[in-house]
Ligand binder design. Structure first.
Ligand code: NDP
Length: 597
């Protein structure tokens, strides 16, 4: 395989001021191989996608996330030390947050700064932190530079320990935010909101919980995370498995040992090779007697190259450094107008072809990396991703591929089929049973469209999913007409941003501003205007483009497992900079965007 001519190198080495490197493709630049080369690879991508789709044509319904009976254990909270016994509560708060992760922490902090004191944070777990509360598997870490990802570093006077922060450091940071802004006192832990209903007469939201609480609130913020509810692949016989098993987001250290020492005489199986498994497998590989990795589609794995924070650099940081850094990085996403013009003037077919060719070059570089690292040629071949970059969530790791050189680590490549049967002893693939003592499901999470655990009914009792049944309708992915005083964080129709905390901060500032404006003007309600909703839906559609890219991708949660979907049911792809500009413009004239009463 020849070298590619796409210039991509890790961007941060010895320079903590830079962002983590991301592939950027430029259609004004030609690639250097004959077109037949790229066409052949594209044809292979299509073949692999079809194979995968034919095995699982049922799309998103191949998964289950409502666990009952034998399966209920996959969602229980392993971090809960004791159940909080309490009576049901009846109370009013000005603002109720559903969820206690970054969305709630960041927005509640902003509200506190604006003098809003009557706040409740209702959280399923036993602490704040959301994703980082649940996902404590060995190796859990973030792929965004810590100096960008960990929010409020200026305010907390904290500099992360390394370029990429690990799970425990991020979880501790969430706790620090909660302490700094005195948010623990507002939290109602081990509680799940089950219903959020608008009362037209009182102009208040009425919330019910699984603890029998009756909460009322003027404002509700749906802050339960984008990928919060674990899901399992529907596999015949899964409930008959007699070994130990758990989901990656409910890692069982009691069974495995704090340092996985109990696995030294155990056969371990892991189903799934997404971002969670990529981080977890090296640790399991080092600890287990035998490790079987059951792969359906390989992840694309790029260089991580983490570096510890340079103390001199840390000492040189001036107050306001993180804000300045984030502004710079977001500004970096502002399209260069000349370049944009040049790209727009290009022949459409040529432009698409060049984007695709560069994307293919990028994937080939990753193939080459696999060949260089993984010694067994058949294993190396099986680990190669055959799809365009960003069809699936890209991953960054330096330990996953070398793990397959260990004699006790076995890749069971199901070639797109996946595991379809489990016996009482373990998974079966093509007639071979793989007996394992413990089976870990790294099979991912349900994607939030609306409130994950929650029945949200607005004016006229219309449930939010019913409203969306003809296509999602929001303003900025945050407001939806007919759901006054309700704000949704981290859902679709907002900008996609790899650095999700930046997105959540942007939304959090905006929500805090909206609440402040409504209160300062003595209004009872703020509700999105329908004409603005029309405009935003058309913006989402416009930027989701008219290409077949989604359809051509191998299935995964990015493209709804290959299901046909409406253009508006997804992220706003106009870019983060543009998204921020739109949100900023609200402050110039709230009445242009909202009805107030
Ligand atoms: P994913 O949804 O990304 O991965 C699920 C995995 O399970 C896929 O490999 C899928 O295969 C596989 N799978 C499903 N059913 C079967 C089956 N029957 N047999 C074999 N394999 C099966 O979940 P993750 O938990 O890995 O990641 C979720 C998201 O969380 C990430 O995309 C990322 O956004 C975030 N995350 C971020 C991290 C970071 O910052 N580094 C770390 C971890 C998670 P297939 O691909 O074929 O569908």
């Amino acid at each position: 395989m020849s070298e590619t001519n796409v210039k991509e190198k890790p961007g941060h080495v010895n320079d903590p001021n830079k962002m983590a490197p991301r592939a950027v493709f430029d259609p004004t630049v030609e690639t250097d191989k004959p077109q037949e080369f790229y066409d052949a690879i594209k044809a292979r991508f299509a073949e692999e996608r079809d194979k995968r789709l034919n095995y699982r044509p049922e799309g998103q319904s191949q998964y289950i996330s409502d666990f009952e009976g034998e399966l209920a254990k996959y969602e229980t909270d392993p971090w809960q030390e004791a159940r909080i016994e309490r009576d049901a509560v009846e109370e009013y708060s000005e603002v109720v947050f559903i969820g206690g992760g970054f969305s709630a922490l960041l927005t509640a902090a902003r509200l506190r700064q604006r003098g809003v004191e009557s706040i409740r944070i209702v959280e399923k777990g036993s602490d704040v932190g959301g994703t980082w509360y649940w996902n404590r598997y060995p190796g859990a870490a973030c792929d965004v530079s810590s100096y960008d990802y960990l929010p409020l570093l200026d305010e907390l006077g904290y500099v992360p320990k390394s370029f990429f922060a690990k799970g425990p450091e991020i979880f501790a940071h969430c706790q620090s935010i909660a302490k700094k802004y005195d948010l623990y006192g507002l939290a109602m832990f081990q509680t799940v909101v089950t219903g959020t209903h608008w009362n037209e007469k009182t102009k208040l939201w009425e919330l019910s919980t699984d603890r029998g609480d009756k909460l009322t609130a003027k404002f509700v913020v749906v802050a339960n995370g984008t990928l919060a509810k674990p899901k399992l692949s529907k596999i015949k016989g899964v409930e008959t498995y007699k070994g130990h098993s758990f989901h990656s987001s409910r890692f069982d250290y009691g069974y495995c040992g704090q340092n996985l020492e109990n696995l030294k005489d155990k056969r371990v199986g892991i189903i799934g090779t997404g971002a969670s498994a990529v981080q977890l497998v090296p640790h399991l590989g080092r600890a287990a007697k035998e490790l079987y990795v059951f792969q359906r589609t390989p992840s694309a794995i790029d260089i991580r190259d983490d570096i510890p924070t340079d103390p001199e650099w840390a000492a040189s940081l001036q107050p306001g450094w993180q804000k300045e850094r984030l502004d710079r990085h977001v500004l970096g996403t502002k399209p260069d107008p000349d370049k944009r013009k040049e790209i727009e003037a290009m022949d459409r077919a040529l432009r698409t072809r060049r984007y695709e060719n560069q994307n293919i070059e990028h994937q080939i570089r990753l193939h080459k990396r696999i060949e260089e690292i993984v010694k067994d040629p058949a294993t190396a071949e099986a680990l190669k991703p055959w799809y365009m970059h960003r069809c699936k969530r890209p991953t960054y790791d330096d330990e996953y591929l070398p793990a397959f050189n260990l004699p006790n680590v076995h890749l069971v490549d199901t070639q797109g089929k996946g595991i379809t049967e489990i016996t009482e002893r373990g998974p079966v693939f093509e007639g071979t049973e793989y007996p394992v003592d413990v089976l870990i499901f790294a099979t991912g999470f349900e994607v939030q469209v609306t409130g994950i655990y929650n029945d949200i009914r607005g004016e006229d009792g219309l449930e939010l999913n019913e409203k969306y049944s003809n296509g999602m309708r929001t303003v900025f992915g945050i407001h939806s007409h007919g759901y006054p005083n309700l704000f949704i964080m981290g859902g679709y129709q907002a900008s996609f941003q790899f650095n999700v905390t930046f997105m959540l901060q942007t939304q959090g500032f905006h929500i805090a501003d909206c609440i402040q404006y409504t209160r300062d003007h003595g209004y009872d309600t703020i509700d999105a205007r329908t004409d603005v909703e029309d405009w935003w839906v058309s913006e989402v559609i416009k930027y989701r483009g008219t290409t077949n890219r989604n359809k051509e991708c191998t299935p995964g949660y990015y493209n709804f497992e290959g299901e046909e979907n409406r253009r508006e049911d997804g992220n706003y792809n106009g870019g983060m900079w543009q998204y921020c500009e739109h949100i900023k413009s609200v402050k110039d004239d709230y009445g242009k965007f909202f009805n107030f009463s």
